[in-house]
Design a protein around this ligand. Structure first.
Ligand SMILES: C[S@@+](CC[C@H](N)C(=O)[O-])C[C@H]1O[C@@H](n2cnc3c(N)ncnc32)[C@H](O)[C@@H]1O
Length: 208
């Protein structure tokens, strides 16, 4: 397969290194996050923490601004969910714990959850927060303590805080260093997409 790839060896090595640290079992679910600044900042943090899969429920295409993501969204796999309930049930059946976020009576502090388990972190709409459906399906709802006058954090900040707690826990048990968490076939497919198909597409669009 490698002879087909259209990137220089250093770039290929970097892609392989990034893939060796991707955490396919740490996922995000964006429930109607509508502001493109927020979505873009979330995707950039997701890439930094080693998330690979981001699920979203949105009326339109996910609003992304390349200047804010710095291209990070291109290294993630985005899954559009047609329906919140089915999207979450599918992930639950696949063995993921569903971690909702927000300030509700039933919440626990975000550090109390074990994020080394297969986990989906669900964040909600900028004004309305997560829906009743998410609250019903979530295994746990976490809150980040608030000590100020304002009731909640910006959604991208909240996502970053929780993702970096997940990163801390996963790093402590070696999940970034134990070698690829993806199968050789998955790595090969992603590399084919990143280093061949996308390069051709970018060339055709005059991006490179
Ligand atoms: C601005 S908040 C929405 C506020 C809304 N009034 C509510 O009750 O959730 C948008 C999203 O950011 C996240 N969020 C903001 N502050 C949070 C906090 N302190 N703890 C956990 N999640 C938080 C949650 O995902 C929430 O759905």
């Amino acid at each position: 397969m490698e002879e087909k790839l259209l990137v220089i060896p250093q770039r290929l090595a970097r892609m392989k290194e990034v893939l060796s640290r991707r955490q396919p079992d740490l996922r995000l679910f964006l429930e109607r996050v509508v502001n493109y600044h927020n979505v873009s900042a979330i995707l950039r943090t997701a890439d930094a923490v080693g998330v690979l899969h981001v699920h979203y429920f949105h009326e339109d295409e996910l609003p992304v601004n390349e200047a804010i993501t710095r291209g990070a969204h291109r290294w993630l796999i985005l899954h559009r969910e047609e329906d919140i309930e089915n999207g979450l049930k599918k992930l639950k059946e696949a063995g993921f714990q569903l971690v909702g976020t927000g300030l509700f009576p039933e919440t626990v502090t975000f550090r109390e959850v074990d994020y080394t388990k297969p986990t989906v972190i669900i964040v909600g709409h900028e004004l309305e927060g997560i829906s009743e459906t998410v609250r019903r399906l979530a295994d746990v709802i976490v809150k980040i303590p608030m000590y100020g006058m304002v009731q909640s954090l910006n959604v991208s900040v909240a996502t970053g805080v929780i993702l970096y707690e997940a990163e801390r826990q996963r790093k402590a048990c070696g999940l970034y260093e134990k070698g690829p968490r993806l199968s050789p076939e998955e790595i090969e497919n992603i590399l084919y997409h990143w280093a061949y198909e996308r390069v051709l597409k970018d060339k055709a669009r005059g991006r490179i």
